[in-house]
Design a protein around this ligand. Structure first.
Ligand code: 8X3
Length: 253
């Protein structure tokens, strides 16, 4: 029997890369996917040197034909981690650019749909499949300026909820992970279109925002539960964040 295989989307950085590491450490053969293969290659080299089993596949989750051909080439799939996603812009609904919204819907909603649909037959065939959907606390409650991202993450949340109902009776569980404030190299920077000052302000005075490792550790824990145990939805935030709005910030001067 071949090794259990986990596919991670958006594995080139942040939560995706950290999750790939944890699952490889847990003994999975991990298929690292993302658009930026140079980063995947570097991660694969590091993991291989540590004796882990990994493969790299360039993948844009919004490209359905590419997703289908990726799925057709996979020997097996036991775990799918739908991690690829992100926020672009922080404009109010009244003035937001529909192009930003389209982009966020493409990656956060249709990306999850594309990859999940394509890998579902293999996940069912595994006899004990797991679909992880990385949503966000933005998928459960809204905030001003969240607009398109909040709407898209609500979409991801609804995919997880609906899929769980539809798969009832099949050997596939659906786990939703909803992180709050996570400090990664890219999330806030992308949201603010490269404005490093605005990106840094998100975390200003917050003693310990979550790290990508914190989230990856949680994902690996849920995936590691026995197959009959389904962690439906797990919300995690740093202690300093009591809600999307209420964040404790230490005075810096
Ligand atoms: C990221 C959390 O609060 O920036 O998914 O929307 S938040």
């Amino acid at each position: 029997m071949s090794t259990r295989t986990a596919v991670v989307t958006g594995a080139s950085s942040g939560i995706g890369a950290a999750t790939a590491r944890k699952l490889a450490e847990a003994g999975f053969h991990v298929v690292l996917t993302a658009r930026r293969t140079d980063r995947l290659d570097a991660l694969a080299k590091e993991l291989t040197a540590d004796g882990r089993s990994v493969a790299v596949h360039a993948l844009d989750v919004t490209d359905r034909a590419a997703v289908d051909s990726f799925a057709a080439g996979l020997d097996r799939c036991d775990v799918l981690v739908n991690n690829a996603g992100g926020a672009v812009g922080s404009d109010p609904v009244a003035t937001a650019d529909p192009a930003d919204w389209r982009l966020m819907f493409e990656v956060n909603v249709l990306g999850v749909l594309n990859v999940t649909q394509a890998l579902l037959p293999a996940l069912v065939a595994s006899g004990a499949g797991t679909v992880v959907v990385l949503s966000s606390t933005a998928g459960l409650a809204t905030y001003e300026g969240g607009g398109g991202y909040v709407a898209a993450k609500h979409g991801a949340h609804v995919i997880a909820e609906t899929l769980r109902l539809e798969l009832n009776g099949k050997p596939v569980r659906v786990i939703e992970i909803a992180p709050g404030m996570v400090k990664t190299d890219e999330f806030a920077l992308t949201r603010f279109r490269g404005d490093a000052e605005r990106a840094a302000a998100v975390y200003a005075g917050v003693a310990e925002p979550l790290t990508a490792d914190d989230v990856a550790d949680t994902i690996a824990w849920t995936v590691g539960r026995p197959a009959h145990v389904n962690v439906d939805l797990l919300v995690l935030r740093p202690r300093a964040q009591a809600s999307n709005y209420k964040v404790y910030r230490e005075q810096t001067q």
